[in-house]
Write a protein that binds this ligand. Structure first.
Ligand code: S3P
Length: 450
């Protein structure tokens, strides 16, 4: 696991045009949920295109520890024999979720309404992240938790012996928290209602409906009101995981900033709760087009074509779009460095509690590479230098955060000098083929001497 391994320093050098097709891996959010809902269903769920990154592999291990039979058939093809809602066994080991906030928070949710006890841990990044956002709502179902100071992992959850349904308004825009509550609600009798003020990714709701749960969403003045009836029999499904828009963001942004580039990124899931970056890039003047738009497995999908865009301009990013691009702000800030003028990003407090404090991590690294960044608690501004004017030349701390490491590798492709990160190891959590895929396009990303 990257958080415990030897650091892998990496350097990205200025490169020629990026050309070709970038086949990015399966969607991380949907991969976690496929394994978890497969484990809670009755029968065999078959999954094609699962992301085989460390985060998802840790979730597969966890589902085995709770009693599901999870098999890797090779080539991204997996199957899960579920134990049924309420059928989780008590694990006889500590559940190590590695770097994955999604993994640990969703799994805590789905064991919280079963009469079992489990202990969770992770790497240094995950063990520093807030978990009260999940332990507070699962306490309403009757679960108890004991963790470290500030509600941090390692943490033990004692599931509710007699769970009750709840009515819960999610206090922050978080699909992980919403999903944890919905998964806990599965084993509580009666109707649970979850309200979110801002729409966040809706993969859990879509997938629960696909597995046969009684779930509805109503858009009201108070936000999205989701009602789930507990104790359904979930029926095993065949799932094809779409490719991850959050991973597609890296070759797309690399092509936009690197002179002469023309890259096709096929089969990208463009669920509106995930596609905010691409709208934002177009507003900045990026040459980004959707080809072959279609629907697959109930999700909108297209092939993205991104070309070098010499006349990018800084913009004020619409804050109501934040949840739909929350993981893409680090790489957006890199594109902003190559734009003319300021890119203003507001309403992004959640960036401070991701795998790293992403505003801090990007601001420090961008400044070291000659880009001015201003920041406040829930906003930041990148003062773009325009194409060809970003100095580069520095080594940045990736802070155990895959998206920080990959973002600085993109910076190095179009800066005047190479850009390095102290540890590219975390990239394997979500995008294990990143180095090869970028090299095939013509990038010069290499592991450097430590
Ligand atoms: C995710 C939700 C988001 C996102 C994370 C994946 C999910 O986190 O940042 O990478 O799969 O539900 P939050 O729910 O904390 O916003």
């Amino acid at each position: 696991m990257s958080g415990h391994g030897t650091p892998i320093p990496m350097t990205s050098r200025p490169c020629g045009p990026l050309k070709g097709e970038a086949h990015v891996p399966g969607d991380k959010s949907i991969s976690h949920r496929s394994l978890i809902l497969g484990a809670l269903a009755v029968g065999e769920t078959r999954i094609q295109g699962l992301l085989e990154g460390e985060d998802v592999l840790d979730t597969a291990k966890a589902m085995r520890a709770f009693g599901a039979e999870v098999t890797n058939h090779g080539g991204g093809s997996w199957s899960v024999h579920g134990v049924g809602v309420g059928g989780f066994a008590e694990p006889d080991t500590v559940i190590d979720c590695g770097n994955s906030g999604t993994g640990v928070r969703l799994i805590m949710g789905c064991m919280a309404s079963s009469n079992i006890t489990a202990t969770f841990t992770g790497d240094a990044s995950l063990n520093s992240r807030p978990m009260a956002r999940v332990t507070d709502p699962i306490a309403l179902f009757g679960a108890q938790s004991v963790g470290r100071a500030g509600g941090r992992l390692p943490m033990t959850i004692v599931g509710a012996a007699d769970p009750v349904p709840v009515h819960y308004e999610v206090p922050m825009p978080s699909a992980q928290v919403k999903s944890a509550v919905l998964l806990a609600a599965l084993n509580a009798p009666g109707q649970t209602v979850v309200i979110e003020k801002e729409a966040t990714r809706d993969h859990t709701e879509r997938m629960l409906a696909g597995f046969g749960a009684e779930i509805s969403t109503e858009v009201t003045d108070a936000g999205r009101v989701i009602t789930l009836t507990g104790q359904p029999e979930l029926k095993a499904q065949d799932i094809v995981v779409p490719r991850d828009p959050s991973s597609a963001a890296f070759p797309v942004c690399a092509a936009v900033v690197t002179p002469g580039s023309d890259v096709l990124v096929p089969n990208i899931g463009l669920n509106p709760t995930r596609a905010g970056l691409f709208t934002t890039l177009r507003e900045m003047g990026a040459d980004l087009t959707y080809e072959n738009e279609r629907e697959e497995g109930g999700e909108p999908v297209a092939d993205l074509r991104a070309k070098f865009s010499p006349d990018l301009k800084g913009i004020a990013v619409d804050p109501t779009r934040a949840a739909s691009m929350i993981d893409e702000y680090p790489v957006l800030s890199v594109v902003a460095a190559f734009a003319a003028g300021d890119t203003v990003m507001k309403g992004v407090k959640e960036l401070r509690v991701k795998e790293s404090d992403r505003i801090d991590a990007m601001a420090k690294g961008l400044r070291a590479n000659g880009v001015t960044v201003e920041e406040g608690d829930d906003w930041w501004v990148v003062k773009g230098l325009g194409h060809g004017n970003v100095p580069g030349g520095a080594t940045c701390a990736s802070q155990l955060d895959h998206r920080i490491a990959m973002s600085f590798m993109i910076l190095g492709m179009a800066a005047q000098n190479p850009v390095s990160v102290d540890d590219g190891g975390p990239i394997a959590t979500s995008f294990p083929i990143f180095e090869r895929l970028m090299a095939d396009l013509g990038a010069r990303v290499e592991r450097s001497e430590s």
